[in-house]
Design a protein around this ligand. Structure first.
Ligand SMILES: *Cc1c(COP(=O)(O)O)cnc(C)c1O
Length: 471
C-alpha cells in the first residue's frame, strides 16, 4: 500500500485526526485524492473564522440578516436556476410581480410594468442595463437624424459608484464627472446640464450616494434638464441610480420626488440585496415605459423547453433571491419595510448625534437622509492629532467591527472620512457598544506621544496638497 493510501481518511477518521488537518490547504493544484465531506467542510469553514462577522460589518450596504422563514425558503430553492423558466414558470411570474411592485412604489403609470423591468445580480448589472438602454436610444435617434453616433458621453457626479466607471469603460462611453466639493456635497444640477451636449446619452443622479449617504437633488436636475431639452431639442433623460434610496425613500420620505413622478426619469435601478433586505445578489431595473427599453436588448433562446426571452447580462442566475424578495414584500408589507427602515434610521441618527458631539469629530453633513453617514476629524482637533481615522478603523477591527475609513473622491480626496451603514440586524444595543469602543479607542489615541505611521503619511499629503476642509 502506498503511504498516502494508508493515511486516506475514512468514515471513522476523526476530523482533526486526519492527515488533511495537519497539511497545508490546496492553493494551486487540485488534491490528487479525495477526503470525507466532514473534513472538507471543516477545512473550508476553518478558513472563514478569522474574518469579520457579517453583522459587525458596518462597511457593507448588503443584507446580513434575514428571518428564519426567508432563509428556509431561499435554502430550499438553492438548486433552482432562474433562467429555466419553462421548468419553473412561477419564479418568473414572481419576478414580474416584484417589478410591478417596485414600479408602483416608484410611481410608474405603466399598467403592465412587469414587461418594462429586469432583474440583475445586483445594482451593477441593473445600472449597466439602464445605461445600455440609454445609449441605444441615443444611437437610434442620432441614426435617424443622419448624425454621427461614435462619441457618446454620460454625465454623473464624482460621487459615482464604480459601476459607472465600469459601464463607461466597457462600452467605451466618455464619462463626464461633475466634481463634488465642500459647497456642492451632491450633484450640482446646473453644472451637470452644462456638461451635456448632443452626444450625452443620459445623466445619472444617485439617491443614496455610496461615499456620503446623501441624495442628489433629482427634482432640481429634472427642472434644469427640461429647460435644456426644450431649448436644444435634445431628449436627454435620466437613469436614477437608487441602489440604496430606491428601497428607502418610498417608505421614509414618500413626498420627495426623485422617481417616475419626474418627467425625464426614464429608468431606475436598485439593489434588492441592500435595503430590499434580501441576501446577495439581487438588483432590479425598471423603465418608465416599454418604449424606453430597446427591443435589441431582449434575447431569445429556444433550447430550454420553450422560447425564453430575457433582458440581462448574465444567463443563469439564482432564483432563491427572487423568492426572498417576494417573501419580504408579503411578510413585511409597506408597514413592515417602514418599521425596519425607521429603526435603522433612528439608530443611524443616534450614532450621528453622538459622533457629532465628540470633540475630535465632525459630521460631514448635518442631515441623515438614508441610514448611513460619514464623519471626519474636527478641523481644530486635526491640527494636533497624532492619529487618523485609519488608525481608528484598525483599532475597532480588534473588537470585531468593520467601520471603514477612506478618502473622498477626487478634488476632495484629502478628506479622510469614516462611514457607518446601519442595516436590519444592527440594534441600538450594538450601536451603543460600538460608540463605547470608539470612545475608548479615542481616549487611548489621545495619550499618544508620537504620531502613528498613518498620521505621518497624512501630514505629508496635506503638506503637498493643502488642507481642503477648513470650515
Ligand atoms: C452599491 C451600489 C452600486 C452597486 O450595486 P451592487 O448591488 O453592489 O452591484 C451602484 N450604485 C450605488 C449608488 C451603490 O450604492
Amino acid at each position: 500500500m502506498e503511504k498516502s493510501e494508508k493515511y486516506r481518511a475514512n468514515a471513522e477518521t476523526a476530523v482533526y485526526g486526519s492527515k488533511e488537518m495537519a497539511s497545508p490547504a490546496p492553493t494551486d493544484k487540485i488534491p490528487q485524492s479525495k477526503t470525507t465531506p466532514e473534513i472538507a467542510y471543516q477545512m473550508v469553514k476553518d478558513e472563514t473564522y478569522p474574518q469579520t462577522q457579517p453583522p459587525l460589518n458596518l462597511a457593507t450596504f448588503v443584507t446580513t440578516y434575514m428571518d428564519e422563514y426567508a432563509t428556509r425558503l431561499m435554502n430550499e430553492a438553492i438548486n433552482v436556476n432562474f433562467i429555466d423558466e419553462t421548468e419553473y414558470p412561477h419564479i418568473a411570474v414572481m419576478s414580474g410581480r416584484c417589478i410591478n411592485i417596485l414600479a408602483n412604489l416608484w410611481h410608474s403609470s405603466e399598467k403592465n410594468a412587469s414587461k418594462c423591468g429586469a432583474l440583475g445580480i445586483g445594482s451593477s448589472e441593473a445600472c449597466m442595463l439602464g445605461g445600455v438602454a440609454a445609449w441605444l436610444r441615443w444611437r437610434a435617434r442620432r441614426r435617424k437624424e443622419g448624425k454621427p453616433f461614435d462619441k457618446p458621453n454620460l454625465v454623473t457626479s464624482s460621487g459615482l459608484q464604480v459601476v459607472w466607471e465600469k459601464f463607461c469603460q466597457l462600452w467605451q462611453i466618455e464619462l463626464r464627472q461633475v466634481p463634488l466639493s465642500k459647497e456642492h456635497k451632491t450633484l450640482d444640477a446646473k453644472q451637470a446640464v452644462a456638461m451635456c451636449d448632443e452626444n450625452t446619452i443620459c445623466i445619472v443622479p444617485i439617491v443614496g450616494v455610496t461615499w456620503t449617504g446623501l441624495n442628489d437633488d433629482v427634482a432640481a436636475l429634472d427642472k434644469e434638464l427640461d429647460a435644456y431639452n426644450r431649448r436644444t431639442g435634445y431628449e436627454i433623460s435620466m437613469h436614477v441610480d437608487a441602489a440604496s434610496g430606491g428601497f428607502i425613500l418610498p417608505f421614509l420620505n414618500p413626498d420627495l420626488k426623485w422617481d417616475f413622478r419626474l418627467k425625464w426619469v426614464y429608468s431606475i435601478s436598485t439593489s434588492g440585496h441592500k435595503f430590499g433586505l434580501v441576501y446577495p445578489g439581487l438588483g432590479w431595473v425598471v423603465w418608465r415605459d416599454k418604449k424606453y427599453l430597446p427591443e435589441e436588448m431582449s434575447f431569445s433562446v429556444n433550447y430550454l423547453g420553450s422560447n425564453i426571452t430575457q433582458v440581462g447580462l448574465n444567463f443563469s442566475r439564482p432564483a432563491a433571491q427572487v423568492l426572498g424578495q417576494y417573501y419580504n414584500f408579503i411578510r413585511l408589507g409597506f408597514e413592515g419595510y417602514k418599521e425596519v427602515h425607521t429603526n435603522s434610521m433612528e439608530i443611524a441618527c443616534h450614532c450621528h448625534e453622538r459622533i457629532g458631539k465628540m470633540k475630535c469629530f465632525e459630521n460631514y453633513s448635518d442631515e441623515v437622509v438614508n441610514p448611513l453617514f460619514v464623519w471626519h476629524m474636527d478641523t481644530e482637533y486635526d491640527k494636533t492629532a497624532r492619529w487618523t481615522l485609519f488608525d481608528l478603523q484598525a483599532t475597532l477591527q480588534q473588537s470585531g467591527w468593520m467601520v471603514p475609513a477612506y478618502t473622498l473622491p477626487k478634488d476632495i480626496d484629502n478628506i479622510i472620512v469614516m462611514r457607518i451603514v446601519v442595516r436590519q440586524g444592527m440594534s441600538r444595543d450594538m450601536a451603543d457598544m460600538l460608540l463605547k469602543d470608539i470612545e475608548n479607542a479615542v481616549a487611548e489615541f489621545d495619550k499618544l506621544q508620537y504620531p502613528t505611521q498613518s498620521r505621518i503619511a497624512y501630514e505629508k499629503k496635506i503638506r503637498q496638497k493643502g488642507r481642503v476642509f477648513t470650515h
